[in-house]
Design a protein around this ligand. Structure first.
Ligand SMILES: Cc1cc2nc3c(=O)[nH]c(=O)nc-3n(C[C@H](O)[C@H](O)[C@H](O)COP(=O)(O)OP(=O)(O)OC[C@H]3O[C@@H](n4cnc5c(N)ncnc54)[C@H](O)[C@@H]3O)c2cc1C
Length: 436
């Protein structure tokens, strides 16, 4: 009897260096390659992912189209459905006598919850997962996930001793689909979303960007330029492709090592690796803490003292706070779906310390907007800045005037992103509800 499997694509939208896809191809006679564009359900009892902005949707759709194109080179197709994953998998299992389901491990709590539901619903089916979003497999870690070091520095000290495996060799063939090609079509909505014209989703575009980055001498000065606010060259811009899994982080490291061997190895090239270790830390942090990633107190002992002021929240989202640098950054985010690392630190610090808002609303807004949204990196960084995460100092407040003087001394960034055009007071009412 033919062995039929389903491969669930999530944040691993690539063919190369995708160990779970390789395993499924090797073990199955037929494979259904599936991606569900699920609309979050307000009635869901678990925290569902946020609704996606146009920029995020556009990058995702481009990545899915590119994946479908890559799969076609292997006589395969991508089945894209817009219904809930659990319903679609149930339907496919019933219609196609599926015996195996495969996916990459996902650090997200919601995704893990769905996987658990599937495994308990179908005890007769074999479920298999592999790590493809991290540098290391779980069994390479020198500690149990439950004993993840409580700070990045401690993590780095032990993880730097572990060798990073090379990316897997290219897949030569993928088990064919049992479905007719007419079942596979991208949704009509895919063409409605607006892109930013800067980032193009997909595996080939990601690999091109990677080669292009290392073909210049940018990596040699990364440490000096990485805190820039605007432009393509001050930092690597690998994040959109890494977050969606269009390229693997091991492929990035392999390219970096090649650059270090053939061109130059210095403080800056080390720092790219260092930042990728931060990413790695947050991935395991999310695996370790699961639902605590989304709670107000995070992994700390107490809830921070905070509240929710709808007016302040709206002003922050739309870039009309009293802080020009924050307005400019939010305008940049809303226009492009991307913001620099320094920018994200400033807007998060402002959200928590100047506006005194519940950090989870800020994290959710970035989740909607960022084309490089990654559950572990976004929520882990927000916790860190809100003082409820893996920060041994427990409190990071940025002086916005000082930061502006350092990173935008001539006001070019604020000018370009119109940070002063909608300056407004924080509140329009005072505590007794009188207009200010
Ligand atoms: C509040 C906040 C929210 C964030 N949300 C996300 C997110 O949703 N997705 C995301 O990928 N990154 C997130 N980051 C981390 C970081 O800002 C972005 O990874 C980075 O700006 C992406 O641009 P780049 O690829 O040019 O980075 P580079 O500076 O070139 O760094 C190279 C790579 O290292 C990794 N990296 C760098 N800094 C960090 C960091 N602080 N944490 C984790 N990984 C890092 C990224 O994969 C990045 O692509 C967030 C940071 C903050 C402060």
């Amino acid at each position: 009897m033919l062995k039929i499997g389903i491969f669930l694509f999530s944040n691993d939208l690539r063919v190369a260096d995708n160990p779970a896809l390789a395993q499924a191809s090797h073990e199955m006679d037929n494979l259904i390659c599936l991606h569900c564009l699920e609309q979050p359900s307000p009635s869901s009892r678990v925290r569902a992912p946020a609704k996606l902005s146009n920029h995020r949707l556009h990058f995702l759709h481009q990545s899915l189209q590119a994946l479908d194109k890559n799969l076609k080179q292997h006589q395969q197709h991508l089945l894209i459905r817009e219904e809930p994953l659990l319903d679609v998998v149930a339907e496919l299992i019933t219609l196609h006598n599926v015996s195996h389901v495969y996916s990459s491990y996902n650090a997200g709590w919601y995704e893990n919850h769905q996987w658990k539901v599937l495994t308990s619903r179908y005890p007769g089916i074999v479920f298999q997962q592999q790590h493809s979003h991290t540098l290391f497999d779980q069994d390479q870690l020198p500690f149990a996930v439950a004993e993840l070091p409580d700070s990045f520095s401690k993590f780095r000290r032990v993880i730097e001793r572990v060798e990073i495996n090379a990316p897997e060799s290219t897949l030569t063939s993928i088990a064919p689909s049992p479905l007719l090609a007419s079942h596979h079509k991208l949704s009509a909505n895919s063409h409605k979303a607006i892109g930013n014209g800067i980032f193009e989703g997909g595996e080939s575009a990601g690999l091109r960007h990677l080669s292009n980055y290392f073909s210049q001498k940018l990596a040699s000065s990364y440490k000096k330029t990485r805190n820039g606010l605007d432009g393509m060259d001050y930092s690597t811009k690998f994040s959109p492709w890494l977050a969606n899994g269009c390229i693997s982080v091991r492929t990035v490291i392999a390219k970096l090592r090649e650059y270090e061997r053939d061109i130059e190895s210095n403080d800056s090239t080390y720092w790219i690796y260092f930042e990728l270790l931060w990413r790695e830390y947050y991935q395991w942090y999310a695996h370790r803490h699961q639902s605590a990633l989304f709670t107000l107190k995070g992994i700390s002992a107490e809830n921070p003292r905070t509240s929710f002021y709808p007016e302040r929240y709206q002003k922050w989202c739309h870039g009309n706070t009293p802080f020009p640098i924050i307005n400019a950054l939010m305008n940049q985010l809303n226009t492009t779906g991307y913001m620099s690392n320094r920018g994200r630190q400033l807007v998060a610090s402002c959200f928590v310390h100047e506006l005194n808002l519940d950090w989870r609303y800020g994290a959710t807004y970035l989740e909607q907007q960022l084309i490089d949204y990654d559950t572990a990196s976004n929520w882990g960084n927000w916790q860190y800045l809100a003082g409820v995460g893996a920060d041994p100092r427990g409190h990071r407040k940025f002086d916005l005037n000082k930061q502006t003087a350092t990173y935008d001394p001539n006001g070019e960034f604020i000018n370009h992103w119109q940070g002063t055009s909608h300056l407004a007071t924080l509140d329009s009412m005072d505590a007794a509800d009188w207009p200010i």
